[in-house]
Design a protein around this ligand. Structure first.
Ligand SMILES: N[C@H](CCC[C@H](N)C(=O)O)C(=O)O
Length: 329
């Protein structure tokens, strides 16, 4: 039997599979097939999820493992901020270390355990980097510019200004008012830019942000390869950087920024050294279910014999969210 986990970061939900626990690792096609199946709301497990996080060993200096991110549509992403917090907790528990690095597609990222955000809400801080604005890194094209920073793009949405940042997965961000936040614009734009289009050939995660107060945001994201999620860690991190750059009177580098989202709240801290940026993403790493499956079934992408055990962490997380509402009222 192999144990998988169902986890979430700010209710951005994932399954975690640790390849080092298998007699025979799943091949890449088996991983992609499993990711597309297990995350399906109807035919998957536990009403599905937003992706599959695959842990494997890493021989890089200072790392305890590697993370691969597979979206619900089977596409591979270079990073996942909410997911990295849950992978970090898994590795921290497994190897009994509280500060280490995790190998990701682009780079090895520093992670460490933080004090719990609330009772029984385990909390981690993860490094989000590298950060670039160059169009080649997203990539984007046909926008008449090499970097898109706080610029109008009528073709996307009249009257809105956009910022494009890769961290290193691609993000398109706009600061909007309440009406726009709750309109169909985000879904329409997210859908348009993740189907074949003239601007983002590899697609893009699209976030709308509302400034609530000094160093305080609400962010909603339409994710590439997934659609709307409760939160997008790299999206909230990239948006925090855009907040500091585009609205310096409302946001401070090197200070904690509270980022509320439909799934709860995380904190970010944006660093600017010389002309390079990085972001600390701090938030919950909740394990909601343990799942036991025969290894042969995993290779066969057969979930029918999964044995599921729920943990006691989701009620604790929901109490944390409830208290947020009381605080921000
Ligand atoms: N959909 C993203 C990957 C997951 C990122 C998100 N879940 C996060 O927490 O950063 C992409 O294709 O770039």
């Amino acid at each position: 039997m192999v144990q998988l986990l169902k986890v979430h970061g700010s209710q951005n939900k994932f399954f975690i599979l640790d390849q080092t626990e298998l007699q025979t690792k799943l091949s890449q096609p088996e991983l992609v097939a499993l990711a597309k199946h297990i995350t399906e709301p109807e035919t998957g497990l536990l009403n599905g999820a937003d992706g599959l996080l695959v842990i494997d060993k890493s021989d890089h200096e200072g790392t305890l493992g590697s993370m691969q991110v597979i979206n619900t549509d089977g596409s591979i992403a270079s990073m996942c901020g909410n997911g990295l917090r849950t992978v970090s907790r898994y590795l921290s528990d497994k190897f009994n270390k509280d500060a280490f690095k995790v190998e990701t597609m682009d780079s090895d990222l520093h992670v460490h355990r933080e004090a719990d955000l609330a009772d029984n809400v385990p909390t981690f801080s993860v490094e989000i980097s590298p950060v670039t604005f160059a169009k080649e890194t997203l990539p984007f094209d046909n926008l008449g510019t090499d970097t898109l920073i706080n610029k109008a793009v009528p073709a996307f949405a009249p009257g809105l200004k956009f910022t494009a940042i890769s961290v290193p997965n691609p993000h398109l961000i706009s600061f909007v008012d309440d009406d726009t936040m709750h309109s169909k614009t985000l879904g329409q734009l997210g859908k348009m830019l993740n189907e074949p289009n003239d601007y983002f050939p590899d697609g893009v995660n699209v976030s709308f942000a509302k400034i609530l107060d000094h160093n305080t945001l609400f962010v909603r994201t339409y994710e590439r390869g997934v659609g709307f999620t409760n939160a997008c860690g790299t999206g909230m991190s990239a948006t925090s950087l855009a907040f500091c750059l585009n609205h310096p009177e409302m946001a401070d580098f090197d200070e904690l920024i509270s980022v509320y989202n439909p799934g709860g709240m995380v904190k970010t801290r944006v660093h600017s050294r010389d002309d390079t940026f990085s972001i600390d993403l701090i938030g919950n790493a909740t394990f909601t279910h343990k799942i036991e499956i025969p290894e042969t079934d995993l290779h066969a992408n057969d979930l029918d014999h999964a044995e599921i055990t729920e943990t006691d962490e989701q009620p604790a997380y929901l109490r944390f969210v409830e208290n947020l509402k009381n605080q921000t009222v």
